[in-house]
Design a protein around this ligand. Structure first.
Ligand code: BES
Ligand code: ZN
Ligand code: ZN
Length: 495
């Protein structure tokens, strides 16, 4: 999409000029995009008679001089927040994408917070809603909508600032699209090896980023037994991808954040095989890695003043005669032994070694993201991200960032009883708890055993929120949501 930022009102024949209207109690509240003549003309149209400006109520009309207008109802002004704007713009873009070539929006007339925030919500809504995954369709869809004119009263200095905000938003939405593409890719195309290669290729164009890929030999050398046990039956090498973004100006005060992601390119469950119905869509089991990668990529493109390491643990969880058998006892990179009672609780095994490796890099904080437990959907619903950790300050910062990004996140407790439940009588730990209850936080309790030196750590379970969020107009009806990338970028901005 092409965005034209300008301080003069633009209009062309195929253009639609969007005129927001708010509703306050009984009366219509015309935004600054309307001038007096237009308002009077509109109110004289029979079409406007039943127009209450409630959200979703739209009236298209033509002026005498042939311009096309849309009176866009947005509901009560006092209730209109950035997230409302994001959703309204997504709905508008989706409904008009095959009808129009261009659209004109006035920034002041849609103001929520400052103008940069307004622009950010508009562009996110439009960009995220226009995403399509048509790589494997023989017939690609072409969107007619190609240009958005963003008009503003700002003079050139202000426009320059807005241009920067626009560029930054595009870095974020593009990173979300890439993350969605990875998640939507089928397992016969995206395996640990092709995934690692694709990530390496993608970051090769980004400044100040370095890549290291640890394959099977390196993982054996570092005694990452838990990670390797999940890969035992795979046709592909396990890949621990390590990305580093180093900001141009590094000082003693520069924070270092490590992002760790579960990258199961397919989860059959292993010997603890998933039933057919639950196995479908398990290509999505690498969404944690795609999410942290999306945030990492955006942070590097935004040139944030924070060092970011990204560790992606990639493998599939397959079954053959080499597959790890339930009851196996395996030693992790940190020397702790784990009784593997259920080979379907594999994500925590991969993450365990990745987290231990991340600790060795001595970051100020570690945040992992994973589609770790089905129980997460029971606990917080399929629309919410669960957050847990060993440091309430870090968890608090993440909750705040989620709020800033208008994404749902909720904390679950890691209580001593959950730690107790994850102990085994024949090994240091077992990989599943003794009961079905509290599965999400018990998995987090397991992970906490692999955090050392008191490093602040938080775990995000995105088993629900990472998948289809059809209720949001800026998420595809089916497939990866791409959510939580924006929360993480907000966190990194404020780190
Ligand atoms: N990848 C799954 C978790 C999952 C399930 C994500 C459904 C999204 C939707 C994970 O590896 C898994 O299978 N977890 C088990 C853990 C259990 C064996 C303790 C689960 O949730 O059933
Ligand atoms: Zn599993
Ligand atoms: Zn899994």
């Amino acid at each position: 999409m092409k965005y034209n930022l300008s301080s003069v009102t633009s209009s062309t024949d195929s253009n639609l000029i969007v005129l927001p209207v708010f509703s306050d109690k009984e009366s219509l509240k015309f935004s600054s995009a309307w001038d007096k003549t237009l308002r009077e003309f509109f109110l004289g149209l029979p079409l406007s008679e039943n127009f209450k400006a409630s959200s979703g109520q739209n009236v298209f009309f033509n002026s005498i001089d042939g311009n096309h207008f849309l009176a866009l109802g947005l509901g009560e002004k006092s209730k209109f927040k950035a997230e409302n704007l994001r959703r309204e713009m997504a709905t508008l873009a989706s409904s008009q994408k095959n009808k129009l070539r261009s659209m004109t929006l006035n920034l002041e007339s849609l103001k929520t917070g400052d103008l940069e925030k307004t622009l950010n919500a508009i562009v996110e809504g439009i960009e995220l809603s226009l995403y399509i995954f048509d790589k494997h369709l023989s017939k690609k869809s072409e969107t007619k909508l190609k240009e958005i004119n963003l008009d503003s009263k700002e003079k050139s200095a202000g426009i320059k600032k807005l241009q920067k905000a626009l560029d930054n938003t595009i870095h974020i939405t593009e990173s979300i699209s890439i993350a969605r593409d990875f998640v939507n890719s089928p397992p016969n195309v995206l395996n640990s090896e092709t995934y690692a290669k694709a990530v390496k290729k993608d970051v090769s164009k980004i400044n100040n980023v370095s890549v290291k890929i640890h394959g099977k030999k390196e993982l054996q050398k570092m005694r990452a037994g838990l990670f390797l046990s999940v890969n035992a039956a795979s046709a592909f090498e396990p890949q621990m991808v390590q990305l580093t973004y180093t900001p141009k100006k590094m000082t003693k005060k520069t924070k270092h954040v490590a992002l760790v992601g579960k990258g199961l390119t397919f989860d059959t469950g292993g010997y603890s095989l998933k039933p057919g119905g639950s196995m479908v869509n398990m290509k999505f089991d690498m969404a944690g890695s795609a999410t942290v990668f999306g945030a990492f990529r955006a942070a590097a493109l935004l040139e944030l003043p924070v060092k970011v390491t990204c560790i992606l643990g990639m493998t599939d969880n397959a079954v053959n005669e080499h597959a790890t058998m339930p009851d196996s006892i395996v030693e992790g990179r940190n020397g702790k032994t784990v009784e593997i009672l259920n080979t379907d609780a594999e994500g925590r095994l991969v993450l365990a070694d990745c987290l231990d490796y991340a600790c060795d890099l001595e970051p100020d904080a570690i945040i992992d993201a994973a589609t770790l437990t089905g129980a997460c959907l029971m606990a917080v619903g399929s629309e919410t991200c669960a957050v847990m950790g060993n440091d309430d300050k870090l968890v608090g910062s993440l909750l705040k960032s989620a709020k800033n990004a208008s994404e749902y996140m909720w904390q679950l407790p890691i209580i001593p009883e959950f730690h107790e439940d994850m102990k085994s009588s024949v090994a240091d730990l077992k990989n599943i708890g003794g009961s079905r209850f509290g599965g999400t936080a018990k998995a987090a309790a397991f992970l906490e055993n692999f955090i050392k030196n008191d490093i602040s750590w938080a775990h995000l379970d995105i088993a629900g929120i990472g998948d289809s969020q059809g209720h949001l107009p800026y998420c595809p009806k089916k497939g990866a949501s791409g959510l939580i990338v924006r929360s993480l970028v907000d966190y990194l901005k404020n780190a």
